[in-house]
Write a protein that binds this ligand. Structure first.
Ligand code: GDG
Length: 733
């Protein structure tokens, strides 16, 4: 157990009650609260979350409450009624909840409480930062707080942060519908460890990173900004011991018998859910109706007990759903009830833990049929309670629990007939089959209990390296950049070698895109006008393009990695090398074939080289095709004088003899000594430049990623700001 654990969840694990004028703290009984309470008590940390509405407390009551919070190391994050309405009911439960459960038509049209969601997430992040001490582990929970990991990371770069998502992460085709999808993904990526209930959610998340952020990840980790983010599967369990204890409790047993007696010789089917449209209650009722319809012999032979716990009652969609369920219960009971009994016993309220376990024990068939569910703990609690080894579990294959509980009768919750059939099968299953299935289920549920779940997550989080980007991949500290600026200012003759795409402008999404903006043109013009300064712009692009873009600027241009050169003040381009290009015609058909079969890819042809780009293709398919093409090219080129340059979005073929080292040689050959060179670049071809620089030069890498350059700036904006300062501050006195 770590020294200090900060647990962060939307709701605190307690409810504040006012009883006869005094304040009481009541422990919440939900799975997460139970699972983490032990960790909280053992660690010397804090639990941060929303305490509910405290506005009715008097000042003395409030003081009393604060004292108890402090005793229990609870940090309340208070929310105004407006914040609760917009952040919790509006965005979290109105938008994210249905979206992540694939229920898009439940998302209200035209409503967005995104702003408040951001604000409240920032409020939580600030509370965490205040409670943090070096070495604390931070564990943030669930969809209400998806932005918090990144918001904390910005303030505490070295903190170890875990995030666990309790609900499904959908396929990226669904997740992409969210207008703020990138923000949410980046928010989660602030964590060092992101946990999911199942492998399928983890894979969907990794796919979303690739398709929506262009970020590649291996099975269980992603890298960004020089930091590693681990992804992991941690199927949550239940507090097996306490369910087993209650299951065998003689007092509970008396309740079980009473429930059975009440039902007479009818078989008992049971459903226990929050009244939520994801839980599949409606189709479950229809399946029961279908069963009664197709099996008249079962009428008045079965009792279906449905406990529906009131939930999110202020949200319109939930109110409408409640009415729909009520109507269906009424209709089915009206059609199949008798004077003495109705098939559905419907309770719209919660029951005590003891009563819940008594129901689990009394049931012949437990019916858990959500249309989507992150895990579903009810299914596991039912199994944990059945120390008698009996009872049948009918479980939706769309609940996360189905990935572990294969011995249940798995059903498709959208297939009403199929469910009716499964119910019939469950009701008539031979005892030997029932107990065999239950024995296996119990083995699994006991092996993965809630305490193991929490311990395992914290163990992996504890193993994560503190999230500091590798020193080499962080921008150089300001003092070092100041020294660089000083050195350049003092140079008696300064040669600036500037790469274009990715260094002076953002990396473009397609070749040929991103012409220089006004700011860049002005900057280059002013740099060129600086005394004893030469400016060389080097690019992989065609010279015609550079000629058009930089027409009239007194800077020296190098196109196609230096194959073409236009000296400063000249209009004529000259070819610097005599290279063969006959191989291009042989290779072109192969590239054309890959372009046809890879939508979004394209060929960029230059005077003596040719490239294939897949930045705009489907990222997975594009990379796969690129791997194939790379192999095919290797074979086709044999020992032709051609070099293959590859980055994650393109393959470029360049004739031998053309490279950026030659550009440096040529500049040096034509420049009087002494000279100070400073080269700025962001990708692999710029490393050629850096390697060729003479002694006492300066190499500056732009962005993250590996480089031999001793200086680093964060991005093209930082590079421009540095150069702007160079012209503005002139030379030292
Ligand atoms: C989310 C995810 C994921 C219900 N009625 C009563 C009662 N309960 C308790 C159950 C169980 C809990 O509430 C419900 O847990 P679920 O897992 O079924 O569902 P969600 O509330 O939607 O939880 C879910 C979970 O987070 C954990 O990660 O499994 O997929 O949606 O513990 O026992 N408890 C009592 N009386 C009731 O009437 N005492």
């Amino acid at each position: 157990m770590p020294e200090r654990l900060l647990i962060v969840s939307n709701r605190l694990p307690i409810t504040v009650r006012l009883e006869e004028g005094s304040v009481r703290l009541i422990n919440a009984s939900g799975g997460v609260a139970t699972g983490l309470r032990g960790c909280h008590e053992r660690s010397n940390g804090a639990w941060l979350g929303w305490p509910g509405d405290l506005s009715r407390l008097t000042l003395p009551q409030r003081r009393d409450l604060d004292r108890r919070f402090a005793e229990q190391r609870i940090v309340p994050v208070e929310l105004s009624p407006g914040e609760v309405r917009r952040y919790y009911e509006g965005f979290s439960n109105g938008v994210l909840w249905p979206l992540l459960h694939y229920l898009l038509d439940r998302i209200p049209v035209g409503q967005s409480d995104w702003e408040t969601y951001q604000q409240v997430n920032a409020k939580f992040a600030d509370a965490i930062v205040r409670a943090y001490e070096p070495g604390s582990l931070i564990w943030i929970h669930d969809y209400q707080l998806m932005l918090v990991p990144d918001l904390v990371r910005r303030q505490l770069p070295e903190a170890r942060i875990g995030f666990f998502l309790h609900i499904p992460f959908p396929s990226p085709d669904v997740f992409r519908i969210l207008p703020w999808r990138e923000h949410i993904l980046r928010g989660m990526l602030g964590a060092d460890l992101i946990g999911f209930h199942t492998f399928s959610y983890q894979r969907h998340f990794a796919d979303a990173l690739l398709h929506l952020l262009g970020l590649e990840s291996s099975v269980d980790r992603a890298r960004l900004e020089g930091r590693e983010v681990r992804l992991g599967v941690f199927p949550m369990g239940v507090d097996v011991e306490s369910f087993e204890r209650l299951g065998s409790d003689p007092g509970v047993q008396i309740d079980v018998e009473a429930i059975r007696r009440e039902a007479g010789d009818r078989k008992i089917l049971l459903g226990v859910d929050r009244l939520d449209y994801t839980k599949g209650i409606l189709r479950r009722l229809l399946a029961l109706e279908r069963l009664l319809d197709m099996e008249p012999s079962l009428r008045d032979r079965i009792r279906f007990i449905q406990i529906s716990v009131p939930s999110r009652t202020k949200i319109d969609v939930y109110q409408g759903f409640r009415r729909e369920v009520d109507e269906n219960v009424g209709r089915i009971n009206g059609a199949y009830g008798t004077i003495g009994s109705v098939p559905i016993h419907y309770l719209y309220r919660s029951v005590s833990n003891r009563r819940l376990v008594a129901l689990y024990r009394a049931a012949d068939v437990m019916v858990v049929t959500p249309v989507r569910d992150g895990m579903n703990l009810v299914a596991k609690e039912f199994v944990a309670s059945r120390t008698d080894g009996d009872g049948v579990l009918v479980l939706s294959e769309l609940a996360g629990a189905a990935a572990e509980l294969g011995e249940a009768l798995l059903v498709n919750p959208y297939d009403v007939n199929g469910m009716a059939e499964a119910l019939r099968r469950a009701l008539t299953m031979e005892p030997i089959e029932r107990t065999t299935r239950m024995m296996n289920l119990r083995g699994r549920v006991r092996a993965q209990d809630i305490h193991r779940w929490a311990a395992r997550f914290l163990e992996v989080l504890g193993e994560c390296q503190p999230a500091v980007p590798a020193r080499a991949e962080r921008p150089s500290p300001p003092a070092r950049i100041d020294d660089l600026a000083d050195a350049l200012r003092r140079a008696s003759r300064l040669v600036l070698v500037l790469d274009y795409a990715g260094t002076m402008i953002p990396t473009p999404s397609a070749p040929g895109l991103l012409a220089p903006d006004h700011d860049l043109l002005t900057l280059l013009d002013r740099l060129a006008a600086r005394p004893r300064t030469q400016v060389h712009l080097v690019s992989s692009r065609r010279f015609e393009l550079l000629d058009r873009w930089f027409d009239g600027l007194p800077i020296s241009l190098w196109a196609e990695h230096g194959l073409w050169h236009r000296a400063a003040g000249q209009t004529r381009w000259e070819r610097t090398e005599d290279v063969s290009t006959e191989w291009v015609a042989r290779i072109r058909p192969m590239l054309e074939q890959y372009t046809r079969s890879t939508p979004g890819s394209l060929i960029e042809e230059r005077s003596a080289s040719i490239g294939w780009h897949h930045r705009m293709a489907d990222p997975e398919y594009g990379s796969m095709q690129a791997r194939d093409l790379r192999q095919a090219l290797g074979q086709a080129l044999g020992n032709m004088p051609v070099e293959i340059l590859e980055d994650d979005k393109s393959i470029e073929l360049r004739p031998h003899g053309v490279n950026r080292a030659r550009v440096i040689e040529r500049i040096l050959a034509s420049t009087p000594k002494p000279v100070t060179m400073a080269a700025f670049g962001n990708d692999r071809t710029d490393e050629e430049t850096f390697e060729a620089l003479p002694e006492k030069s300066f190499a500056i890498h732009i962005g993250s990623g590996a480089s031999i350059a001793p200086y680093r700036l964060a991005d093209h904006l930082a590079a421009r700001a540095f150069l702007h300062a160079l012209v503005e501050e002139g030379e030292p006195a």
